[in-house]
Design a protein around this ligand. Structure first.
Ligand code: PMP
Length: 364
């Protein structure tokens, strides 16, 4: 065989770090009570769905969308109440923004630092964009280990620090003073990922004007728009202008632009749903707390992490009973025997609690 027609294999061509990766796991969920992915469980009122249907019917899908999504950005600005001197960058989900940030700083040897356990995409994206990744463990109670983070920043000089606030998968907010110290000491950018902002009473957006190396990222996925794929990053005009160069043209499609604008005009409705989810989080926490051998962790997000005995077995038993949650047990030593459940509708939450009690009875 001549060298020109030799079969090229993935192993011979791809970077080793790509070959070593596992694709982001998305389990089969058809027909299950789906409490694994922090989605909003509520549908929209019929009248609003009909309005959306008309918008979609009239959309000029033969044309490219507005490349700058100006109307959508204006809606976001109005709803979030952003300071004037701050700009917005939109992403096809906030995952895309993490990737864009990583690509922007990916000089040889550049480092992305985060805490562990946290959102797995920080590490995965760092790996496939060629960044060094440093994960500083949280303390036993999932708070920031400030001295360790400051020391790691001093040593590794990260170009990017990612903090999920509230943190996925632990659900807690971090100490605001510790975050401020990290921002002050960071040699590069600090991105505070507020994916779960709608379920917490804390945001770093007011700090943007005082801290030029701070960027705040949010997504609308948890607020009822996971299927639309829309995330955004806010920060100083100087940073956003540079990052815009890496945003692929038309990354936010016309249907997403139109529907998200419409939904943001009904932001109060989405916030009421979030409020309901917060109330049901309390219900769920209290039910979990009284089950023997279950230790739930207090959450400021739309999910609850809890520890059980034999997490793997209980996860499987729940699945057998048609309930899909997330098994975090093997993802980090601090999460040994931990499961994560998204807050669903009251009925789904009851189904989950019943299935959990049965599963524990079966296993323990
Ligand atoms: N950040 C955090 C902390 C998350 O948990 C998630 C989704 N699970 C994302 C970002 C990504 O969200 P999306 O791409 O849907 O905007």
């Amino acid at each position: 065989m001549s060298s020109t027609n030799r079969v090229v294999t993935p192993e011979s061509l791809l970077r080793q770090e790509v070959l070593d990766l596992q694709a982001y796991p998305v389990p089969e969920s058809a027909g299950m009570v789906k409490l694994d992915a922090m989605e909003n469980p509520y549908l929209l009122p019929q009248s609003l769905r009909e309005e959306i249907a008309r918008l979609v019917a009239d959309a000029a899908i033969n044309r490219y969308p507005d490349a700058d999504a100006q109307q959508l950005k204006a809606c976001i600005r109005a709803v979030i109440g952003l300071p004037q001197n701050v700009d917005i960058l939109l992403g096809n989900g906030s995952d895309e923004i993490i990737q864009l940030l990583a690509l922007a700083v990916a000089k040889p040897g550049a480092t992305l630092l985060s805490v562990e356990p946290s959102f797995m995409m920080y590490k995965m994206i760092a790996t496939f964009t060629g960044l060094q990744y440093v994960g500083v463990p949280l303390t036993e109670n999932f708070s920031l280990d400030l001295p360790a983070i400051l020391a790691a920043m001093q040593h590794h000089r990260p170009a990017l620090v990612f903090l999920s606030h509230p943190n996925n998968p632990t659900g807690n907010l971090f100490d605001a003073e510790a975050i401020a110290q990290i921002i002050d000491a960071a040699p590069g950018l600090v991105v505070v990922d507020e994916a779960y902002y709608a379920f917490a009473n804390a945001s770093l957006i007011p700090m943007l004007t005082r801290h030029p190396n701070l960027l705040v990222m949010r997504t609308f996925s948890k607020l009822g728009m996971a299927g639309l794929r829309l995330g955004f990053l806010v920060g100083s005009k100087a940073w956003i202008a540079q990052l815009e160069k890496l945003r692929l043209p038309y990354n936010v499609n016309i249907l997403t632009q139109l529907v998200a604008e419409k939904l943001l005009q009904h932001h109060d409705l989405l916030l009421r749903q979030a409020e309901q989810i917060k109330q049901d989080r309390t219900w769920l926490y209290e039910r979990l707390a009284v089950i023997a051998d279950v230790q739930p962790y207090v959450s400021d997000a739309n999910f609850i992490l809890f520890r059980v005995i034999h997490a793997d077995k209980i996860f499987k038993e729940l699945k057998k009973r048609g309930v899909l949650i997330k098994n975090s047990s093997s993802s980090h030593p601090l999460l040994l025997d931990c499961l994560r459940v998204t807050v669903g509708t009251p009925q789904e939450n009851e189904q989950f609690i019943r299935a959990l009690q049965e599963s524990i009875h079966q296993v323990v």
